[in-house]
Design a protein around this ligand. Structure first.
Ligand SMILES: [Zn+2]
Ligand SMILES: [Zn+2]
Length: 168
């Protein structure tokens, strides 16, 4: 197989794998033990930055490491590093610019793939709590009607704030 094809496969593979990594970390880390950082993203933003931005800095580290190793003796790793960096860029444009409008844009996706992933992310934001959220993907989502029907299921309803404890 020619080198260029292997490099392209490494790049696209790393890009695609990062969506899997992002989904799992969003579900189990951000809505898990690091909810103390992610909570800022499920609340109205105070100022330009939010604590949740720390994740972007952490996710940049493997990309920097791979690009460094790739330019210092392991050329294959460079393509993995570029794939991770391109995912970070796509994530930023989709999540921070198109969905959350942190940079002003007139672009409004309504239908097709973009419309679907934007709606899917707003479905995720319908929950402001650590538990009960659905739709953890960014560049991938299940169909919106599937997500909406999942949200209606009782286990995904946010529990009432003041529930009367049942007396024995
Ligand atoms: Zn979240
Ligand atoms: Zn978001």
């Amino acid at each position: 197989m020619p080198d260029s094809v292997i490099n392209l496969l490494l790049l696209t593979g790393a890009f695609a794998a990062m969506e899997g990594v992002a989904i799992l970390s969003h579900k189990y880390v951000m809505h898990g033990f690091l909810w103390c950082w992610h909570e800022s993203h499920h609340s109205p933003r105070q100022g330009i930055f939010e604590k949740n931005d720390l994740f972007a800095a952490i996710f940049a580290l493997p990309s920097i490491a791979m690009i460094y190793l790739g330019t210092n003796g392991n050329p294959r790793l460079l393509w993995i590093g570029i794939g991770i960096a391109l995912y970070g860029l796509a994530y930023f444009v989709f999540h921070d610019v198109i969905v959350h409008r942190r940079i002003r844009t007139r672009y409004k996706p309504k239908s097709g793939y973009m419309g679907r992933i934007v709606r899917a992310h707003w479905i995720h934001h319908a929950t402001r709590t650590k538990a009960g959220a659905i739709s953890f993907g960014f560049l991938y989502s299940r169909p919106v009607d599937v997500l909406l029907s999942e949200r209606k299921r009782p286990q995904h309803r946010t529990p009432p704030r003041e529930s009367t404890p049942s007396q024995p």
